[in-house]
Design a protein around this ligand. Sequence first.
Ligand code: C5P
Length: 285
Amino acid sequence: MSAWAAEAAPAKVNLHLHVTGRRPDGYHLLDSLVVFAGVGDVVRARAGEGFAVAGPEAGALAAEGDNLVLRAARALAQAAGVSAPVGLALDKHLPVASGIGGGSADAAAALRLLNRLWGLGWPEERLAALALPLGADVPACVASRPCRMGGIGEALAPAPRLPAFGLVLVNPRVALATPAVFRARDGDFSAPAALPAGWADAAALARDLGALRNDLEAPAIGLCPPVAEVLDALRALPGCLLARMSGSGATCFGLFAQAAGAAEAAGRLPAAWWRWGGGLHAPPG
Ligand code: C5P
């Protein structure tokens, strides 16, 4: 039996999320500045067979055939004409259905990992095109570096130059279904944000982000009132520069000047919540 190869599947955080329109097929057009946190799942693969899910958040997820890791592996094997059997494992650390792209990150990590393991050498854009049918967030997760997201999630552009900053992530342990949150949104569509070329420090970033929104925050609070409690708790933490929900929730983030301050602040939040604090994920290369 060969050794396991591993790939990080970092959490996606939407620093702002404007819903700018809706396509005839019901999918929403978005404008979002996306970053990846230094916490995530891990996908492993080796020559062999089988699929196992383990880790602190594994409970909510069965190792079934429709798991996004397996769907990603099947899609790549089929598109690349690979028939060799592969064994896959998922270490689940991110809460499921929580707005930080856990399932999308897992699918994207599986694509990157198998591209390497099978020696395919597919460029990122080709993996991203294969990724889109697996979920609107999966192309951004294939990149797993800060980006500006447009379209329904597939139109990716480089992010403005980001300063160092810290993040606290908190989930009240309520799963929120993305389609329900989009359905609950009403009112006008937003314009895309006007962002500068970059920010000198975390305070400047937080100030500009403060003028923007997550348009899904209000509908998510309507469906899941604990989101408002989480936001209040984040805002009460010393050093929190901005608190906002990520994606379709219920996970919220706090923005801090430094990773160390964020890690310390996360420890002050109720242990009944899923919580993490630290810096950004930095992919190699
Ligand atoms: O693509 P994904 O499976 O992540 O999307 C789940 C659901 O979220 C979609 O079926 C749709 O209802 C909603 N969605 C949307 N617009 C997006 C992304 C997701 O309306 N850009």
